[in-house]
Design a protein around this ligand. Structure first.
Ligand SMILES: *Cc1c(COP(=O)(O)O)cnc(C)c1O
Length: 366
């Protein structure tokens, strides 16, 4: 009989740093679809799967880290959390703080957050502060704030965030039977690429720089190998491609509009140790990828999420995709968070007809 998914802390308890006193703060996150895309597979000459992280409770992969981090905050006795956010971290933190009974402060770059994400933070009761600056300024402020006051930091510099996020790699191996050849994902603050690399390594019986203990290696290996990690940045916010932080990141993909990534060293290790790469794509390529993923595969993701698919298409055009390789692209967040960008200049104005079958048939050309 099918078992209902219990949330990733329960499903992967033996591979997470949980103690007896930890009571999971959960919304049933994880267990997201892994969807094979025939159109993309045909386009790039490989076997391409989409990990649909927009299917998490608040619509992005941030929930994986938040369930773990918030559970640890609860055990610590702290009752207020804070985060800097390009949108999805605040949406997730606000929801999980509500679940835990905590208050939540979110520090955002003014005017740079998609409306759907702001709405989430507001309906969950978080206190919003808009900063006249970028994400990197916001993260600096909350770091200082949480060092000075009894407020827990739930950004991905909180190591428990990556611990939760690594479970996405477990799910992929569990679904495919082994690690893929290549894993492609967007890179912003670089926590997620570090977390996936950690997860793939732990399932292969190894640890990485980002691992916080070696318990992973005491469990039996599930995977025989690890994938090459391909990280994709937006061209206007591509510090890894430049080789140094960039001062004024700019891209339509606001969730990866970050110039000074917090998990720099882990991400460089993931790239180099996996024989991978980190490259950049233009905003136009990102929006094209978002559109074709929606129109051809049936997955509606937000612009930052589409960076993975845009990167894969771009690298395929350059002849860098090995024929027949098994490839997983993470699409990190749900398209419903930012419908304005997705629609572009397309209006929502369907033809209005008389309330009859005949009129409907006429309008449909039947
Ligand atoms: C946070 C986020 C990213 C970037 O992830 P990092 O861990 O910061 O690299 C990408 N896409 C979406 C939708 C996000 O919310």
């Amino acid at each position: 009989m099918a078992q209902p998914w219990r949330g990733l802390l329960a499903e992967y308890a033996d591979r997470l740093p949980l103690e007896a006193e930890d009571t999971p703060i959960t919304l049933g996150e994880g267990g997201t679809p892994l969807v094979k895309s025939d159109p993309l597979s045909a386009e790039v000459g490989a076997e391409v799967y989409i990990k649909v992280e927009g299917a998490n409770p608040t619509g992005s992969f941030k929930d994986r880290g938040m369930t773990m981090a918030m559970t640890k905050v609860a055990s610590s006795g702290c009752e207020m959390v804070a985060c800097a956010s390009t949108g999805n971290t605040s949406a997730s933190a606000a929801a999980y703080a509500t679940r835990a009974g905590f208050s939540c402060a979110v520090v955002l770059p003014a005017g740079k957050i998609a409306a759907g994400k702001l709405a989430q933070a507001i309906v969950h009761g978080a206190t919003l502060i808009a900063v006249d600056g970028n994400f990197d300024d916001c993260l600096r402020i909350v770091r200082e704030l949480t060092q000075t006051y009894p407020v827990a930091l739930v950004n991905s510099v909180n190591p428990y965030r990556l611990q939760g996020q690594k479970t996405a790699a477990f799910e992929i191996v569990d679904a495919l039977g082994d690690a893929p050849d290549i894993h492609v994902l967007p890179v912003g603050n670089a926590g997620n690429i570090s977390a996936y690399w950690m997860g793939y390594n732990e399932y292969a019986g190894r640890t990485t720089a980002a691992s916080i203990d070696d318990s992973a290696t005491r469990l039996e290996a599930v995977a025989s190998r690890t994938p090459r990690m391909w990280g994709i940045q937006a061209a206007g916010a591509a510090p890894f491609v430049a080789g140094h932080p960039v001062a004024d990141p700019e891209t339509v993909a606001t969730a990866i509009r970050i110039g000074n990534p917090a998990s720099w060293d882990y991400a460089v290790a993931a790239r180099d140790d996996s024989d991978g790469l980190i490259t950049a794509v233009s905003d136009e390529q990102i929006l094209d990828a978002q559109a074709i993923l929606a129109a051809e595969t049936g997955v509606f993701c937000e612009p930052a999420s589409a960076a993975s698919v845009a990167g894969l298409r771009h690298l395929a055009q350059q002849g860098q995709v090995p024929e027949g390789a098994r490839i997983v692209c993470t699409v990190t967040g749900n398209g419903l968070k930012d419908t304005a960008t997705a629609l572009g200049d397309r209006a929502i104005d369907p033809e209005v007809i008389e309330p009859t079958l005949e009129a409907a048939c006429r309008a449909l050309g039947l």
